[in-house]
Ligand binder design. Structure first.
Ligand code: PNS
Length: 163
């Protein structure tokens, strides 16, 4: 039984994240999507809401479980008995940060391996941060997030169109 953890802020889940989740389920029997409880980053969506959105968007994927964690990722991984971390890399600019995290996690626990996956080319520029910014300013993000996320953005964020 191969279990992997796909950790992140997911504030909110984008089609890029969903694409990585789909690809991850082809490699692993269980893929635990782990939402960081990062209240310090003042997320737009609370942890419960982010988890619920991920659960709704992955409802047809039996290998996926949605979790949340605080503290060190390696400690969460120990608790769920997993030693593979999945992270998506979009462009070379992501690599430096990802390399640091992967090596730090390896330093903290020598059992941890990190696997970098590439999203579909059409999502290589998509990030949660830009989705929120574009949506807030009245741009169309329909192609960038799953429908439940779009609905939640509409309910949560007032659109301010500049003039
Ligand atoms: O989606 P993000 O914000 O790029 O995800 C970052 C995340 C959650 C993977 C990273 O911040 C993390 O693992 N945080 C938990 C704290 C931790 O373990 N830090 C040391 C390893 S770098």
């Amino acid at each position: 039984m191969h279990t992997a953890v796909y950790p992140g802020s997911f504030d909110p889940l984008t089609n890029g994240h969903l694409d990585i989740i789909r690809r991850g389920t082809r490699l692993f029997d269980r893929l635990l999507v782990a939402v960081l409880e990062n209240e310090g980053k003042s997320p737009l969506f609370g942890v419960a809401e982010r988890k619920e959105l991920i659960a709704r968007c992955t409802a047809g994927m039996p290998a996926v479980e949605v979790h949340s964690f605080s503290g060190l990722l390696v400690d969460f991984m120990k608790r769920v008995d997993a030693n593979v971390v999945v992270r998506g890399i979009r462009a070379i600019s992501d690599y430096e940060y990802e390399l640091q995290m992967a090596l730090m996690n390896r330093e903290l626990s020598s059992k941890i391996e990190t696997i970098f996956m590439l999203p579909a080319v059409e999502y290589t520029y998509v990030s949660s941060r830009l989705v929120k910014e574009v949506f807030r300013l009245g741009g169309d993000v329909t192609k960038l997030v799953p429908p439940p996320v779009l609905e939640s953005l509409k309910a949560r964020l007032p659109v301010t169109v500049g003039g």
